[in-house]
Design a protein around this ligand. Structure first.
Ligand SMILES: *[C@@H]1O[C@H](CO)[C@@H](O)[C@H](O)[C@H]1NC(C)=O
Length: 434
């Protein structure tokens, strides 16, 4: 006895609910299944890798190679040109103006190409990096590109996806979700591989590194929260998947809410970076030196406009203690005080103490003095993620039970009509395999 058409339809429905995102034929990027082709986009990280290799040499030739990787590129093709990390910033006036966070950053720095001024200046040893040491320039060149150029452009892609959805144009940019896919492609990059376990150089990689310093990894493989996937990346992946489903359904409002959560979450690794160098660059605490001071400024510059949007006094204080051009930098007011100041704007920035965690000593689980995680009343995102998982599970269960029920009724009807034993395709078995 073969399954009835109804039973087949049910089975397909259940399968579709379970594997919804798997319909596309594109390879996963760090666990995310794109519904459009973003392979070239994701390969922009190969330019970033070349940039980093050049800057790490800390020689004239190395910096020149870094600047070429940044401004000429070559690994990320567009239809009839080459995509560059520099272009994310120099093209921003035209493409990003009017977007909430870009406008905030532009207003704070007083220019639309603020990211390029920082990054080019560091790679070239010009502008604010005119008299800077090679250690300082190397940090500014790499981290400026990652946390200012790329960071803002990822946000732009998410805004773009919502805009395409709002105007009902799912085919703009090869489908509204295409811009969403691009966002993840730039966030993670190709070097992370299909599962996110590779050795990347984009924002995903930063989150992975910082979770080890702040005991905010997921404890996925070994029960340890200082190794494995970052909680931020795990939450981020769920949000990207959720948003993709909303966009495919044309639910722009729900997708917009997800976008805002992603943008908030993107602040967590940067704040962790700031805190790490609050400590390391503090002459009374860490090893100090040009490298730590430069890393401090690179992270701080990436978050300052956002901090300023919450509290101008906190931003002024942070800038005075972190800007390489400031007489009070690095950290003349000490890491304990600065940490407290930064924590005061967490809730305004949409992040929580538990997301940020605390700075641990080396590879231990012991926190530095005064660097325990601060306290907050709820853990925000992880609860939302959990709620989403429970809701998704409930939908699958409900569809499955519906099939079971309908199938049994059909079976009874047919049984009565045919007076025969149906056996075969057991309805209870199909529920059991869910
Ligand atoms: C960096 O160097 C390149 C190549 O010499 C030059 O074209 C560019 O204007 C420089 N930019 C800055 C900000 O120094």
């Amino acid at each position: 006895m073969s399954p009835s058409p109804f039973q087949l339809r049910c089975a397909l429905l259940v399968l579709a609910a379970v594997t919804r995102a798997a319909v596309a034929s594109y390879d996963d990027i760090a666990g995310y299944t794109p519904v459009s082709d973003v392979v070239e986009h994701s390969e922009l990280d190969l330019d970033m890798q070349e940039l980093e290799e050049g800057a790490d040499l800390q020689t004239d030739a190395g910096f020149a190679a870094a600047y070429t990787a940044y401004s000429v590129g070559g690994n990320s093709e567009k239809t009839d040109s080459i995509r560059t990390i520099q272009g994310f910033s120099t093209g921003a006036q035209e493409k990003l103006s009017g977007e909430k966070w870009f406008d905030v950053y532009e207003a704070y720095w007083g220019s639309t190409d603020y990211a390029d001024q920082f990054t080019s200046g560091a790679c070239n040893g010009t502008e604010q990096f005119d008299d800077a040491s090679v250690e300082t320039r190397a940090e500014g060149c790499v981290k400026g590109a990652q946390y200012q150029n790329v960071w803002m452009y990822v946000i732009h892609e998410l805004e773009d996806a919502i805009e395409d959805c709002d105007i009902g144009n799912l085919n703009a940019n090869d489908g509204g979700p295409h811009a969403w896919d691009e966002g993840w492609g730039f966030y993670a990059g190709s070097l992370e591989g299909t599962e996110g376990t590779g050795d990347g150089v984009m924002l995903y990689a930063l989150a992975e590194k910082r979770c080890e310093n702040f005991a905010t990894c997921t404890a996925d493989d070994d029960g340890s929260d200082i190794t494995g996937t970052a909680q931020v990346n795990s939450d981020m992946l769920e949000l990207y998947k959720e948003g993709q489903v909303y966009l495919l359904d044309g639910d722009c409002g729900a997708a917009g809410d997800v976008k805002d959560k992603i943008i908030d979450l993107m602040g967590v690794p940067l704040v962790q970076g700031m805190l790490r160098y609050f400590y390391n660059a503090d002459p009374e605490a860490g090893d100090g030196g040009d490298k730590a001071a430069a890393e401090l400024w690179a992270f701080s510059a990436a978050m300052l406009p956002r901090i300023n949007e919450c509290d101008e006094e906190v931003a002024t204080l942070v800038r005075a203690n972190t800007d390489i051009a400031s007489a009070d930098a690095p950290m003349s007011e000490g890491y304990v005080f600065l940490k407290e100041q930064l924590e005061s704007v967490y809730s305004c920035m949409g992040i929580s103490c538990s997301q940020v965690g605390g700075l641990v000593i080396g590879e231990s689980t012991t926190y530095y003095d005064g660097f325990e995680p601060c306290g907050d009343s709820d853990s925000g995102l992880s609860q939302i993620a959990l709620g989403f998982i429970i809701a998704a599970g409930a939908v699958v269960l409900a569809v499955g039970l519906g099939c079971f029920y309908r199938s049994r009724k059909n079976k009874e009807k047919m049984k009565a009509a045919m007076e025969s034993d149906l056996g075969g395709f057991g309805a209870s078995k199909s529920v059991g395999t869910l």
